[in-house]
Design a protein around this ligand. Structure first.
Ligand SMILES: [Zn+2]
Length: 495
């Protein structure tokens, strides 16, 4: 059994009650660092004197304590004598530093089985995301606003957790379900995985959590291979021991962190390159030649030997791990993510609707239209929700084609704007067709011919909703006026 004292952000193990220095005094950070240094070194010394009190992690690197700003984690074995030695030292520390341990804010954890703690952290993370999204109230935001918010949540909130703590797939699914519900606010038209792709590939520029996680695990793998930090030394000595990290085994009893690292091992290794210095990296297994590890090469040819001779060696400095695909050799999340995710075919139709000159809500409508994901009666019936189908402009069945293209007023609008833009207008019947013949006919991005069809579609949808839900008359003049206003507003935004 082992015990470690831990604390959460609102539970400081050490409460900084400085005597004689006011909070905010410029001296206090310096004093704090001095005091913490003494505390951590003191604990290290205590462990050196009494090796039997160490926390047994199954690793030869013993970690007596870790400090995170003003929080301190102390690791020790759970025996009575170990605890009294640690407490004895802490009392000594209080006496000479003038700091006081706040017992109410400190707590200890028995961690022979840490899973309950783990579950509660995961729970907290999920709740935090749910709360954050709920506090924005999806029904008060347009789809455009929701996309922007989700993109920002995705780039901030879970990232911290994904970096430090690998989670089971079920947790990712749970969080992504929350995202998807928020996006659609009610009736969901597609799975979350569908929107996890760049705009040009038909997605909504969202990122998949498990892909983000994969990319971050590759970063961790690289950090571990560098071998510079305490964490890296700990992992190498605990899981690799006499093995090369590339060849070290994984057992069911190993930690989730190691198992996850192990999963990305081959992928991550293929992105690393060793710049030779002292030459302590492995001749056979590490990739220090362009062709990759020599152990994977069946025949060593004369070319290979030349390559070896021509390899630059910076004798005196340590071997250095390089992230191959970045210019400065540092890990780059973006490139790692791009290589992890499953790429889809790009489509010019999708690229053109998401141009930055077009308001997001309009782009989103066009995107839904390209996928056929709109709650017109025709689509609702397909989803099994039967309605007495009736169009807002006439009494016909309400289909996507009718609402946007073939109803008499829509037809009138398309030919009116076709004349203005000197386009042929005969028989426009789908978004694919109008985007191809209007938007993709000009190469200037954000050109009026690219924007206009998307604005017309938006105005038609707006008018349909107003007629259906607010009984506002559906007329050519009203919709035409609205399109003109939107186009003027849009061009003003651009200038
Ligand atoms: Zn109609």
């Amino acid at each position: 059994m082992a015990i470690f004292a831990a604390n959460s952000p609102d539970n400081g193990v050490l409460n900084l009650d400085w005597q004689g220095v006011r909070q905010g005094d410029p001296l206090s950070p310096a004093l704090f660092i001095l005091a913490e240094e003494y505390l951590l070194r003191g604990l290290q010394h205590l462990h050196n004197q009494h090796p039997e009190i160490a926390y047994h992690s199954g690793c030869s690197v013993k970690v007596p304590a870790l400090g995170f700003a003003d929080d301190v984690l102390i690791f020790t074995s759970g025996s009575k004598s170990a605890l009294s030695k640690v407490i004895g030292f802490l009392e000594h520390y209080q006496l000479i530093s003038g700091q006081v341990i706040n017992r109410e804010k400190s707590y200890w954890v028995i961690s022979s089985k840490a899973s309950p703690t783990r579950c509660s952290i995961v729970q907290k993370a999920t709740e935090k995301i749910r709360w954050k999204l709920q506090s924005w109230g999806s029904n008060f935001l347009s789809f455009g606003g929701r996309i922007t918010l989700l993109q920002s949540v995705l780039t901030t909130l879970p990232i911290y957790f994904l970096q430090v703590m690998p989670m089971p797939a079920a947790v990712y699914n749970k969080i992504e379900t929350i995202f998807n519900k928020f996006l659609w606010d009610g009736l969901g038209w597609c799975k979350w995985s569908k929107v996890c792709a760049p705009y040009a590939e038909g997605g909504l520029n969202m990122r998949s959590l498990s892909d983000i996680h994969q990319a971050f695990m590759q970063k961790s793998w690289m950090r571990m291979r560098e071998g510079n930090c305490l964490w890296s030394k700990f992992m190498l000595s605990k899981y690799c021991k006499t093995h090369h990290p590339r060849l070290a085994p994984v057992h069911t009893s190993h930690s989730r962190v190691w198992k996850n690292l192990h999963k990305v091992r081959d992928e991550a290794e293929s992105k690393l390159h060793w710049q030779l210095g002292q030459g302590l990296c492995d001749f056979w297994v590490d990739s220090w030649l362009e062709i990759g590890p020599l152990s994977l090469t069946n025949v060593i040819s004369r070319d290979h030997l030349d390559m070896v001779r021509e390899t630059y060696v910076d004798i005196g400095s340590p071997d250095k791990v390089i992230w191959k695909s970045s210019a400065d050799g540092q890990y780059k999340f973006k490139s790692a993510y791009e290589e992890v995710r499953q790429q889809r075919q790009e489509s010019a139709l999708f690229s053109v609707i998401w141009h930055q000159n077009i308001p997001k809500k309009m782009s989103f409508l066009a995107w839904r239209l390209l996928n056929g994901w709109l709650p017109v009666d025709e689509m609702m019936t397909k989803k099994g929700i039967s309605l007495a189908s009736k169009c807002a402009c006439c009494a016909q069945e309400e289909t996507i084609k009718h609402v946007f293209f073939t109803n008499p007023i829509a037809q009138q609008l398309w030919s009116h704007f076709a004349r203005l833009l000197s386009k042929r207008s005969n028989n426009i019947h789908s978004i694919h067709q109008v985007l191809r013949s209007w938007s993709l006919s000009v190469s200037v991005a954000g050109h009026i011919k690219q924007v206009t069809p998307i604005v017309i579609l938006w105005a038609l949808w707006e008018a349909r909703n107003k007629a259906k839900h607010m009984a506002i008359p559906y007329s050519f003049a009203r919709i035409r006026g609205r399109i003109m206003t939107l186009l003027v507003m849009n061009s003003k935004l651009q200038n």
